[in-house]
Design a protein around this ligand. Structure first.
Ligand SMILES: [Zn+2]
Length: 381
């Protein structure tokens, strides 16, 4: 209980290192990140860990000898963030080293420098670099920030010899709370399709254009949006989150609507089939109204399964059996999993809230997660 309360206290303290006073905003290698690095470095060194910053500004702390098991998450935040997204996974890792002190285990804790994609519009700078992907480090703007931080983005990193990867993370959704459960083991991270559809009709006067003579792009889009909702209700999740209307006036029929489409599912073939149905549906619906539709693919991200054996070991470490679920959001584990056996444990998000100052975690859930972490790491040896 004391250790769990300390985990929460550390996260709350780290939340005070911010680019904006009165809130928590800490992007990739921004000035307050130095304070976080110093704070965590002091803690890790007091436990006998050796620490360093790597070429991407990832904070690395190692404990013990031989091939290490990695516990990691990210230290950057979204603007006006809560105290636990990412940070919790790093603090949990260090606390487990503290609790396991004396056990013959080899653990590396990593605080990734960047996951949220806020500063440069591209996410996962930290974990991608750790997995050997130099692409983002070679971007001049990213490289400049790394150099300004006193690091060398062109440095070679020794390929580590690792046994596996574990990420603790808040769920960032309402599922565990609705089930009244503290924890879940993540089976896979969903695949994601992002499209943009343009409905083109004819803009005209809302008073003088009789209903049968209209080509209302918004009415066509609206009918389709309900079909998107129905598709999601049948399986997975599907969302239209953004609309751009032309002319968007109170006394006019809209001639053009640009709509976003976001479809996610743990099985790629199901996701792709849903997208195909929705694109066909958009054209068919709109055609009846004299509205045409064009579509453009923005993002096609495949689903990433966690390692089945390691995930089973993690589930076995959950007392009373583990609830298993897919993650609807991306995490560093998604970048790591194709290269290294990876597993993920979710902690309940009170109120389902995340990316918000009221983001929280229950101390009793941290107790449960620390127990799982201890059992899991002990049985690896
Ligand atoms: Zn996160």
């Amino acid at each position: 209980m004391k250790a769990a309360q300390a985990v929460v206290d550390h996260c709350r303290h780290i939340a005070t290192y911010s680019e904006v006073s009165g809130q928590t905003t800490r992007t990739f290698l921004s000035p307050p990140m130095r304070g976080v690095h110093e704070y965590l470095t002091n803690w890790m060194r007091s436990l006998g860990m050796s620490t360093r910053l790597d070429r991407a500004g990832n904070l690395r702390g190692t404990y013990g000898q031989g091939p290490a098991f990695v516990i990691a998450s990210h230290l950057d935040t979204v603007p006006n963030a809560g105290a636990f997204d990412g940070i919790l996974g790093v603090v949990m890792g260090i606390m487990l080293v503290e609790l396991l002190a004396g056990e013959p285990c080899s653990v590396e804790v990593i605080g990734f420098s960047e996951e949220e994609g806020v500063r440069f519009g591209v996410p996962f700078i930290g974990s991608r670099s750790w997995m050997g992907d130099r692409m983002l480090l070679d971007r001049p703007d990213v490289a400049e920030v790394i150099r300004a931080y006193g690091l060398d983005p062109s440095a070679d990193e020794p390929a580590g010899n690792y046994r596996g990867y574990l990420e603790f993370h808040i769920e960032q959704g309402p599922v565990l709370e609705s089930l009244n459960l503290p924890l879940a083991v993540v089976d896979s991270i969903v695949g994601l399709s992002r499209w943009e559809l343009t409905f083109t009709g004819h803009a005209n006067h809302a008073g003088t254009t009789p209903m049968p003579l209209r080509r209302d792009a918004l009415a066509a889009a609206a009918e389709w949006i309900l079909a998107v909702e129905a598709e999601g209700q049948a399986d997975g999740v599907a969302t239209v989150g953004h609309l751009q209307l032309e002319p968007n006036a109170r006394n006019a029929i809209n001639g053009q609507v640009v709509a976003s489409l976001d479809v996610r599912h743990p099985r790629d073939e199901v996701r792709l089939a849903a997208v195909e149905r929705l694109l066909a549906r958009a054209s068919a619906n709109a055609a009846r109204r004299g509205v045409s539709v064009t579509s453009r693919l923005h993002l096609d991200q495949v689903a990433v399964p966690m390692d089945p054996a390691l995930t089973q070991q993690l589930a076995d470490a959950v007392e009373g059996g583990a609830h298993r679920m897919t993650s609807g959001a991306g995490h560093d584990a998604m970048i790591v999993a194709p290269h290294l056996p990876a597993a993920m444990l979710f902690l309940r998000s009170p109120g389902g809230v995340s990316h918000h100052p009221t983001e929280n975690v229950l101390v009793e859930d941290v107790v449960a997660a620390l127990q799982v972490g201890m059992r899991f790491l002990k049985c690896l040896n």
